[in-house]
Design a binder for this molecule. Structure first.
Ligand code: PMP
Length: 362
């Protein structure tokens, strides 16, 4: 039986060839006679996997040599605390840009650890746009400038690396929902971080890519497992890593390379998003309120003109083999997430379903 197309925002669809590999290898991994989840992270086979994982990530993202790659736990939300702890030191301050739910959460968490200045916010515009970086008011002396590269709930995405007047403060960005969706200029950031459960496999792993020059700034009370310098020194094994998530991430990166790399992913993702926005914009029956220039390629939230039809929409979509479309509980409506694992044919099916549903119910 054909599997449904899964538009879940995260944990999200994993490329099918990766699922097949996991199924095949789960009992006996790499000729070791044991599952990957049953063996020491310090054994040679797992250390080899760790090395390949980092190597692939470095190759795909073109990560400069003077950046460290950390593979941590705690999700992106742990980084909401880890970033100020590691970068703002004692009594430091940082500037944040507020473009929606996840940046607001990052701001609230950072306030526990440092002085936060909100350099810009699109709240007054109901988070439908991104404040122009030239107008960001970065506080003098900020340890860094933080933004969320893709707002998974609101469906707002930065399509360029912002270049605000930051007085030399490094950019720090949460790429949880758009990492590996297109090439990234890591060298323009101080820290890039992302949870794995959307475009890098399964939950339990958070990738943190950090400029080595920033490793000496931590608050003295920073716990070892979230302290970048300690984790860098320990090759991300200051505590027992989430071995299964590392394993899946390694397979996903292998799949991306086999498909042709990030330029290919980017081209596909552009086409997928364009196709779906075209279907949503074609009629008043569906609405996406985000300013076209900052619409997310990864998460496409949309409302039905008649709210009473939400349940019917989801039920009929499921029958048509389209799942994971329910919007985030804070905004309602629908959301289709179009991460790398979603094939263009899946988006085509969703677009066809949209017009079919409207024809029958509109
Ligand atoms: N940032 C962004 C952009 C996200 O989409 C999410 C999860 N959906 C998070 C942070 C939080 O991730 P976690 O709950 O895994 O910590």
């Amino acid at each position: 039986m054909e599997r449904p197309v899964n538009f879940s925002a995260g944990p999200a669809a994993v490329p099918e060839p990766v699922l097949h590999r996991i199924r095949e290898e789960l009992g006996d991994w790499d000729g070791t006679g044991a599952s990957v989840v049953e063996q020491s992270h310090r054994g040679a086979p797992f250390l080899d996997l760790a090395a390949r994982l980092e190597e692939r990530l470095r190759r795909l993202l073109g990560i400069p040599r003077d950046y460290r790659v950390l593979l941590l736990q705690g999700g992106a939300q742990m980084q909401f605390a880890a970033v100020p702890l590691n970068l703002a030191g004692e009594g430091g301050s940082a500037s944040y840009v507020d473009t929606g739910s996840w940046s607001s959460r990052a701001i609230d968490e950072a306030r526990r650890f440092c002085r936060v200045r909100v350099a810009a916010s699109s709240e007054e515009d109901k988070y439908r746009s991104i404040p122009s970086p030239e107008k960001w008011k970065v506080a003098p002396g900020s340890a860094y400038v933080h933004f969320v590269a893709n707002e998974t709930i609101g469906g707002v995405e930065f399509h360029e690396v912002p270049a605000p007047d930051a007085g030399g403060a490094p950019l720090v960005a949460d790429f949880s929902s758009n990492i590996l969706s297109r090439p990234l200029e890591v060298g323009r950031f101080g820290v890039v971080y992302a949870g794995a459960q959307k475009n890098m496999g399964v939950s339990g792993l958070t990738v943190v890519i950090v400029d080595e020059a920033l490793l000496d700034r931590a608050h003295p009370l920073t716990p070892t497992v979230v302290r970048y310098a300690d984790q860098a020194r320990a090759d991300s094994m200051a505590n027992t890593p989430c071995t299964f998530a590392w394993y899946v991430a390694a397979l996903v990166l292998e799949w991306i390379e086999a498909e042709g790399g990030l330029a290919i992913m980017a081209a596909r993702n552009d086409r997928k998003a364009a196709r779906l926005y075209k279907a949503v914009d074609a009629t008043d029956f569906y609405q996406n309120p985000i300013a076209p220039a900052c619409r997310s390629r990864m998460n496409v939230p949309f409302l039905l003109a008649e709210k009473g039809l939400d349940e019917a929409f989801l039920d009929e979509a499921r029958e048509a083999g389209l799942i994971g479309l329910k919007g985030h509980r804070s905004v309602g409506g629908m959301r289709a997430s179009l991460y790398n694992a979603i094939p263009e044919s899946g988006v085509e099916r969703l677009a066809a379903f949209l017009s079919d549903f409207e024809r029958r119910r509109g």
